[in-house]
Design a protein around this ligand. Structure first.
Ligand code: SIN
Length: 277
């Protein structure tokens, strides 16, 4: 395919873009890689339609952006592909992955930079959209005194809360990951500041008493879920979403029970979150 045909169309001014003119089953040339990388940095989450990928091809696409991440729990993966998570819901499901606002595996010491979700089956009557929120906008729209306070804080992100709780999974080794990260992180590529707390994993702000921590976390969660910071993706079979976990959080809408939705997620490793004034 002629790499010059790549087109990036924004879904909203602040977050989300759809990319056409690229076949992700084929090795990405440098021009295509750069165009996709830049679109991800500018739009936080990018979408592709009508892609036909094997597990190996999905992994090869992910590897263009970095090493692949292995999930720290017993979450289902494709046989012989430990890097490919199965994202599935049907009439037997008691929960679905991602049904609470979160960034992926923020409990890890070096949480994933990005995630690439490829859906093969979608519910027959609609539903099952994924919502994405810009954590840049969440930070930028806080009032300056609250921004200043948040910039001075760190928080605990604990995998036990969600993986050991609602999901009933087991850690691969030792316990579930539990790590301290800045409440505001500087994006290593764009240099922009993003709020970095989420309902799934963040349990406590280290420098505050419990009541203060609970109150501030609730304020920050409510604020970061403001509809104006969001875009929403309506899946079709063979669509792909690729999101930047350092700048966006997401929420999988489970409004289609008992119908089936099936896909595969490849996750790209990231680095240790940091804050730079
Ligand atoms: C996830 O959080 O990886 C799942 C997102 C989705 O199923 O839409």
């Amino acid at each position: 395919m002629d790499e010059q045909t790549i087109v990036v169309r924004k879904l909203t001014p602040g977050i989300g873009a759809e990319i056409t003119g690229v076949d992700l089953a084929r090795p990405l040339g440098n021009h295509a890689f750069q165009a996709i990388h830049d679109a991800l940095m500018q739009n936080l989450v990018i979408f592709f339609r009508d892609q036909d990928l094997t597990h190996d091809q999905q992994k090869a696409f992910g590897r263009r952006f970095g090493e692949l991440h292995i999930h720290p729990t017993s979450i289902a993966t494709v046989p012989n592909h430990p890097e490919v998570l199965v994202i599935k819901a049907d009439e037997k499901s008691k929960f679905v992955a991602g049904e609470e606002w979160h960034t992926d595996v923020s409990c890890d010491p070096e949480p994933p930079m990005g995630s690439i979700l490829y859906l093969k089956e979608v519910p027959p009557d609609g539903g099952g959209d994924t919502l994405f929120a810009s954590m840049y906008r969440a930070f930028e729209t806080l009032s300056p005194p609250i921004q200043k306070l948040c910039e001075s804080l760190t928080a605990i992100h604990d995998g036990a809360q969600v993986y050991g709780g609602r999901f009933g999974q087991k850690p691969k080794e030792g316990g579930f990951p539990k790590n301290e990260h800045p409440v505001v992180r500087t994006h290593p590529v764009t240099g922009r500041k993003a709020l970095y707390v989420n309902r799934n994993f963040t349990t406590r702000i280290v420098q505050l008493g419990k009541r203060e921590s609970d109150a501030l976390l609730n304020l920050l969660w409510d604020h970061s879920e403001t509809p104006e910071f969001q875009c929403r993706f309506a899946w079709r079979p063979n669509s792909i979403a690729f999101w930047d976990n350092r700048a966006a959080m997401h929420h999988a809408m489970w409004d289609y029970f008992p119908h089936r939705r099936l896909g595969y997620r490849v996750t790209v490793k990231g680095d240790k979150p940091f804050y730079r004034a």
